[in-house]
Design a protein around this ligand. Sequence first.
Ligand code: DC
Length: 213
Amino acid sequence: MFPAIAIDGPAASGKSTVARIVAEKLGYTFINTGAMYRAMTWYVLSRGISPADTQAVIALLPEAPLEFGKKGAVSIVLYNGRELTDELTGTEVNSNVSAIAAIPEVRELLVNRQREYNTREAVVMEGRDIGTVVFPSTPFKYFVTASEEVRQARRAAQGQQDSIAERDRKDSSRAASPLTQAPDARLIDTSDLTIDQVVAMIVDDIRTKTALL
Ligand code: DC
């Protein structure tokens, strides 16, 4: 069994940046699960299907030519063999991804792919349901958050149009695996912390727990 580090939190909480550096420091693979839901959303939209048409979305799943791979020690998504990058952060994807992520069949498919990574290697995985659903028994769970103003400012600084409050509301209120802090996750509010401080808190915690295991 390989270790799995679960990092969850709301949109623009800084969890991707933190998870990526934690993975580098530990020599683990960084898995961005939001990119997997975004890729599925991009594909649905590119096929002219409305995300509200749940049955049409489900029908598309078995034939979706998406592959979930790695480049170095970082997860990537390929469409017909081509890596998707800018496609994943467009305004259309930002405003439709919560609807796609609320479909249980989409989640089942992607959660299986996420677990597959950990059958081969140690991972730092970030998302919304990693500590609650994907790896419920890992002892390494972190819930990374920040005030709404700080998160809005971070997204704006990335030059993206993204209604994060709206996305968080949808992601937290859906029936299937909603965004929620696992009871055994450590809560870290990053509003007044630097990235280095957050990374150090998580890495120290993992090292302490690993020594006790
Ligand atoms: O992390 P992100 O903002 O790129 O995620 C995009 C969306 O994908 C997010 O609004 C909800 C969904 N998501 C999810 O439902 N479960 C995950 N594990 C990761 C993301």
